[in-house]
Structure formats: C-alpha cells, structure tokens
Design a protein around this ligand. Structure first.
Ligand code: HEC
Length: 170
C-alpha cells in the first residue's frame, strides 16, 4: 500500500471509531476510549513500519537463475525449459532431453560463447550476462532435472578437466 493509501485508510478508520464512540453510552465511554487509544498506538506503529525501507529480498541462486532464464533464455527454450519456443528449434533443457549429459563447464561456454549445431545455432550471450548470472542460470537448469540426472551431471562436472571460476562476491 502506498503511504497515501495508508494515510487515507487511517483517516477513514478514525472516522469510524469516532462514530462508534458517539453512539456508545456515557458509562462505557472510558473503556471505549482505552480501546481507541490502544488502536491508535498500534496503527501508528503499523504505519511507521510500513513506511520503513523494505530490504531487497535475497534470492537463492536458483531463484535468481530463474529470473535470468526467463529474461534471456525462455524466448527460445520455453518458459519451463520445454524447448522449441520459436523457429530456431532450441532443444528442451528440462529432464526430457539430454542437456543434463553436459558438464557445467560446457554449458557455461555455450551460454557465454554460443553453440553451433547442425543446422541450428545458439547465439553468444556473454555480453549480456555477468559471470554470476551465468552460474545462477546453470543452477536453475540443475533444478529442472531428476535427482539421478543431476547426480550423473554433477559427477561429469567434477571429472571435467576445466574448473569454473566460483561465484564472485559482489
Ligand atoms: C536465440 C535463441 C536462444 C537463446 C536466447 C538461448 N538459446 Fe540455448 N540453444 C539454442 C539453440 C538453437 C540450441 C541448439 C544448438 C545445437 O543444436 O547445438 C541451443 C542449445 C542450448 C544448450 C545445449 C542443449 C543440449 O541438449 O545440447 C544449452 C544447455 C542451452 N542452449 C542453454 C541456454 C541457456 C541457459 C540460455 C539462456 C542463458 C540459452 N540457451 C539461450 C537457442 C537459444
């Protein structure tokens, strides 16, 4: 809710509370005043809290990789990695095809530098994506595979002769 919205809601609420205190018999008014006062304190506290700076949520690697995926990859590979989203016939990246046969290092290379296939090509995306974003999107791909596929893929990744530079602290 915007600050304006909150203020408006607050003003309306005060009007309602005043209306009720007018129709309440005199002997019950002091109790009612107590309730109204505590409500004021509470609602002012809520307003103060709601105008405080909201911290940016810390996304897990898979979540931020999903964001990168939707922004950059989905137009060709489909919103859920199902592939074939346009005429470039990009393969599925989920558990149904064989993206998981490839180590992280190769996938990193294809994202950064592109991939020439037989009759189809994936463009290089390295100039659009930071190192951490590529690592995050690879983490997201991991989340699309079955536990067995992921275990096999991690084993290939560990045995691969090249090591990826770890995620960098920003
Ligand atoms: C402009 C379309 C396009 C975009 C955008 C794109 N790709 Fe591709 N991608 C392709 C095509 C086409 C292929 C198949 C190339 C081939 O046949 O070797 C491919 C192949 C791949 C492969 C190999 C799959 C396999 O089973 O061999 C991976 C992994 C992959 N892409 C990941 C990604 C990721 C991750 C992104 C986003 C960061 C992305 N791609 C963005 C078109 C695209």
């Amino acid at each position: 809710m915007s600050t304006k919205g909150i203020r408006l809601a607050h003003t309306r609420l005060s009007a309602v509370l005043r209306y009720f205190s007018n129709i309440i018999p005199a002997h019950a008014r002091s109790a009612w005043a107590g309730i109204v006062a505590s409500f004021w304190v509470f609602s002012l506290g809520a307003c103060a809290a709601s105008t405080a700076t909201i911290p940016t949520p810390t996304l897990s690697p898979v979540e931020s990789g999903w964001e990168v995926y939707l922004r950059v990859c989905a137009e060709c590979h489909g919103a859920n990695g199902e592939g074939y989203a346009n005429e470039l016939a990009a393969p599925a990246l989920d558990a149904t095809e064989h993206a998981w046969h490839h180590p992280d290092q190769q996938i990193y290379d294809w994202i950064a530098n592109g991939k020439l296939g037989l009759g189809r090509t994936m463009p290089a995306l390295g100039d659009q994506l930071a190192h951490n974003e590529i690592l995050a999107v690879i983490d997201y791909l991991h989340s699309l595979w079955t536990a067995e596929q992921l275990a096999d893929q991690q084993s290939i990744t560990e045995r691969y002769p090249v090591t990826l530079v770890p995620r960098q602290e920003l």
